[in-house]
Design a protein. Structure first.
Length: 192
């Protein structure tokens, strides 16, 4: 079984913020795969289903970003999901908008959601789907920028980015991460 976790913050205030990019991907993937995210325990909204016949759990932690590890650890522990079968989808300031990068293990890059997951597992051996949001202008603190909604031009590009992210996850699950990297490690053709 694979556990696919989108990182974000709960509540309507943050719904369309850059920091909730992970939630947006998991919502899209759930819709494509017919998975209802209607379960509300383990500190998450989650649901079970299959992608190309492979059992999956899709989840959105409801603990706020800084405590994401609580929900991920609870779900992985209860369902006996190995850390190597955990896929975490998150926003990334270090990548330009429209860029998707896949990564096995590694550091947290200052991302508090990833920090929390590493802290709760004592290991960083999970897979990441990194979604570029770019950096703010010098006058804006990163903490403020990630909580802002996508601007109008970015919103226009979101449907295609979400499709590509879901495609990358499906290839990772049904084939392997190397195949997914070869297909999805290019920036979209969409120009702002």
């Amino acid at each position: 079984m694979k556990l696919i976790v989108g990182l974000g913050n709960p509540g309507p205030r943050y719904r369309n913020s850059r920091h909730n990019f992970g939630f947006l991907v998991v919502d899209k993937l759930a819709g494509l795969c017919g998975v209802d995210l209607d379960r509300e325990d383990f500190e998450a909204h989650w649901g079970r289903g299959k992608i190309e016949g492979i059992p999956v759990l899709l989840a959105k932690p409801q603990t706020f970003m800084n405590l994401s590890g609580v929900a991920v650890r609870n779900l992985a522990g209860f369902f006996r999901v190995e850390l190597s079968d955990v896929i975490v989808v998150h926003d990334d300031l270090d990548l330009p908008f429209e860029t998707i990068r896949l990564k096995e293990g590694g550091g947290h890059g200052g991302h508090r959601g990833l920090m929390s997951i590493v802290d709760h597992f004592g290991d960083s051996g999970f897979v990441r789907v990194r979604l570029g949001i770019g950096r703010p202008c010098k006058q804006m603190a990163p903490e403020h920028y990630v909580l802002q909604p996508f601007h109008i031009e970015e919103e226009k590009a979101l449907p295609e980015i979400l499709e590509r992210a879901c495609g990358a996850i499906k290839v990772m699950i049904t084939e392997d991460i190397q195949k997914a990297m070869s297909q999805y490690h290019s920036r979209s053709a969409i120009k702002n």
